[in-house]
Design a protein around this ligand. Structure first.
Ligand SMILES: [Zn+2]
Ligand SMILES: [Zn+2]
Length: 188
């Protein structure tokens, strides 16, 4: 993966067992939209942290708050480690499995142009990077299935919970809410 370590924009995908599971979905609209989102917008000066895109005020919707996560496969926990402000184009690469499912080929082509601009690379570089990722992800998923099979007998992974590891705005309110919904997981 070294050859691509200088890329500012990388491709990521959420592991299948955590699909659709986010801290945000457990919060109220007002906590997310009236408190957390404005805070993250302001903190990042209304600028994408990856490509530095800064839209006009009427286009702030082009900026998304992305949940940076790690995963605890053994306990079925999504660990929220931070919140980033990124533009819709960069965001599409953070959830790339989903992106490929929902976008047309033309939209995907436009995204790839964005990728090459941000990373100052060629389309060929992009293709090589994708190939490398695919073989890497394949090996990882095999490892994951093996460990999951071993543990599935004693772990109930139907009930995904959330831990807040990073310093996020309104952290206390977020934790309180997760506790109310009985999806909070605390590491001791
Ligand atoms: Zn961006
Ligand atoms: Zn995201």
């Amino acid at each position: 993966m070294d050859k691509f370590s200088h890329f500012k924009l990388k491709i990521d995908a959420k592991p299948t067992m955590f699909h659709g599971k986010t801290v945000r979905k457990n919060l109220t609209q007002s906590l997310w939209l009236k408190k957390i989102r404005p805070h993250i917008l302001k903190e990042n000066n209304y600028t994408c942290v990856i490509c530095k895109h800064r839209p006009n005020e009427e286009n702030y919707k082009e900026l998304h708050v992305h949940e940076i996560e790690k995963y605890d496969f053994d306990n079925g926990v999504v660990k929220l480690i931070g919140l980033d402000l990124i533009c819709a184009n960069c965001h599409a690469f953070q959830h790339f499995k989903r992106t490929q499912l929902v976008l047309s080929p033309e939209q995907l082509d436009r995204l790839i142009i964005h990728f090459t601009k941000v990373n100052n690379c060629s389309i060929e570089d992009y293709k090589r990077y994708r190939k490398k990722l695919q073989s890497f992800a394949f090996e990882q998923s095999i490892e994951r299935i093996k460990t999951q099979e071993k543990k599935s007998s004693r772990t109930n992974i139907d009930h995904i919970r959330f831990a807040i590891m990073g310093d996020i705005p309104f952290k206390d309110l977020v934790i309180e809410r997760l506790k109310q919904k009985e999806v909070y997981y605390e590491y001791s």
